[in-house]
Ligand binder design. Structure first.
Ligand code: PEP
Ligand code: MG
Length: 561
């Protein structure tokens, strides 16, 4: 019996089963110089491969936006041109030209600091492999030997691999590579299959047909367990599955406490698919639509038209509330098509609203797109990283310009559109009273607020133990923000990760938080906790917590070990 611990949970759940090792298709790519006469032939072969891959992707794209993105990448003229130029001018065979050019893109993605963007390299590899399969006439399916339920173990799984899976036979999967924001992880979550990624040692430790217990929620992998361990995990699994069933059954019920306090339970989304996935939980809306993902997934700044169609689709899906945060790039989020100057302190640097206010035309494209989409649903606009009333007023002034432009062109938009701001900087906490008079809502971004209040980098592993949103200074800031909002008759929501933390939910309820916005997977559990809570007791608890000035005392009041 061997035990491994992994900290990258792609999708929670417990499963026990036999290992199926996924063998990667190896492509042999020879460098062949072609004669002038053969250049045309290679171009024709490459074009035929592109056409075939497009045909394969079109039906997949209809049901899964990840393949929609792949289709866009295959259609991308820069990629297409670079490969054909390599064939024509350098006189290489199509396979080699393809491998070299996609290799450059892969390297570029892998060198980016942002984890999400680094994982786009996997998408480029997936496209390269599809094109190579087509060029070499390979139609193999790495899963064809699976005849019984198994736990897949692989170096990595591309979205195309995942789409070929017969889900009847897949209990869960473990990959050596990949991160929690990779598309495979997103797909696992969507399919409800327990999965762990980034299990560095997994391929060294398991063999085909080993029995494995996978407890994805806690990151545990137990290889060839003894019978006592199997029994223990079978019991844990039954309890977990039963609880999930109960939570799912409550899905349609509102987030209201036993004594009648109703709060909004919303989802944080990075794209339209996240909203679709969350609809099953009967959400009250989207508390945070991270519009930067639309920019990060693109090869250029998305045009007004491109953005309009995405925001409109999202608004139609979610009529209750769709809070679109304007571009929050910079810090750890970069764009492959825009050169950011190197900064000593990127999180204290040129990011979010600071960029939008400077790149005014780009900002206006986004604002017009949001305004136009507001005619189709209850869209709210939210500005990130605001530190001063001047900045907020400047953003609102530009928004007004866009509204006037649309009026002049007789283009409809929602005249009652609400305009709010993230509270995620110490400056905005201190000025919360003043800001509350100038916006329609607040949304507390605890991810950044915690790092800025505590001066602890949210991404620095060495000090991650010090990054804690239960710190008394963060809790008192949250209390102050909510009070400032309520004193001025506006609502206070929270879209930082803290809103989905089960240990914080009663405290936040008691502090008077109006809206909790979180990743879809957290919603059933948080809803259940809220429905079993008493608001009156939560208020007493929150008052008690706010009197404490050490983390330990706060933990004690909240019963956290
Ligand atoms: C936050 O800072 O809490 C937040 C929601 O924004 P992001 O995590 O995208 O910076
Ligand atoms: Mg933030």
């Amino acid at each position: 019996m061997k035990f491994l611990k992994v900290d990258k949970t792609a999708s929670k759940g417990i499963v026990i089963g036999k290992v199926y090792l996924v063998q990667k298709t190896e492509f042999k790519v020879n460098t062949v110089s072609v004669t002038e006469d053969d250049v045309e032939k290679e171009i024709v072969r490459f074009e035929a491969a592109v056409t075939k891959v497009k045909e394969d992707l079109i039906p997949l794209a209809e049901t899964n936006p990840i393949f929609g993105a792949h289709l866009e990448m295959v259609k991308d003229i820069t990629l297409y041109d670079s490969i054909t130029v390599k064939i024509k001018e350098d006189k290489y065979n199509a396979e080699y030209a393809l491998e070299t050019v996609t290799g450059e893109f892969i390297q570029m993605f892998e060198s980016l600091e942002d984890e999400y963007m680094r994982e786009r390299a996997a998408d480029m590899k997936d496209i390269r492999d599809r094109l190579l399969s087509s060029l070499q006439g390979i139609t193999s399916n790495p899963f064809e030997k699976i005849k019984e339920p198994v736990i897949l173990v692989a170096e990595d799984l591309s979205p195309s691999d995942t789409a070929k899976l017969n889900l009847k036979y897949v209990l869960g999967f473990i990959t050596r590579d990949g991160g929690v924001t990779s598309h495979v992880s997103i797909m696992a979550k969507g399919l409800g299959i327990p999965a762990l990624v980034g299990a560095t040692d997994i391929l060294k430790e398991v063999k085909e047909d080993d029995t494995v217990i996978l407890n994805a929620g806690s990151g545990e992998i137990i290889i060839n367990p003894d019978s006592d361990t199997v029994n223990r995990y079978q019991n844990l699994k039954s309890e977990y599955d039963k609880r999930q069933m109960e939570l799912t059954k409550q899905g349609h019920l509102p987030a209201v406490t036993k004594d009648g306090r109703k709060v909004s339970l919303c989802v944080n989304a990075g794209n339209v698919q996240d909203i679709k996935n969350a609809l099953q939980y009967h959400i009250d809306g989207v508390g945070l639509f991270r519009s930067e993902f639309l920019y990060m997934e693109n090869t250029h700044f998305p045009t007004e038209e491109e953005q309009f169609s995405v925001y409109k689709e999202a608004a139609l899906l979610c009529s209750e509330e769709l809070t679109i945060r304007t571009l929050d790039i910079g810090g750890d989020k970069s764009l492959s098509y825009y050169r950011f100057e190197k900064e000593e302190n990127p999180f204290l640097g040129w990011r979010a609203i600071r960029i939008s206010l400077e790149l005014k035309d780009m900002f206006k494209d986004q604002l017009r797109a949001i305004l136009r989409a507001s005619a189709y649903g209850n869209i709210r606009i939210m500005f990130p990283m605001i530190i001063s009333p001047e900045e907020l007023r400047m953003a609102k002034e530009i928004l007004k310009e866009c509204q006037e432009e649309l009026n002049n062109r007789n283009i409809p938009w929602n005249k009652q559109i609400e305009v709010g701001m993230m509270i995620e900087t110490p400056a905005s906490v201190i000025l919360a009273e003043d800001f509350a008079k100038e916006v329609d809502f607040f949304s507390i971004g605890t991810n950044d607020l915690t790092q800025y209040i505590l001066a602890v980098d949210r991404g620095n592993k060495k000090i991650s133990r010090m990054y804690n949103s239960f710190h008394p200074s963060v809790i008192r800031s949250i209390a102050r923000i909510i009070k400032a909002a309520h004193d001025n008759n506006i609502k206070a929501g929270m879209c930082g990760e803290f809103a989905g933390d089960e240990k914080a939910v009663l405290l936040l309820l008691g502090l008077g938080l109006d809206e909790f916005s979180m990743s879809a997977g957290e919603i059933p559990n948080i809803k259940n906790l809220l429905r079993n809570a008493s608001y009156e007791e939560a208020v007493n608890l929150a008052n008690n917590v706010c009197e404490k000035n050490t983390l330990n005392e706060i933990y004690e009041v909240l019963g956290i070990n």
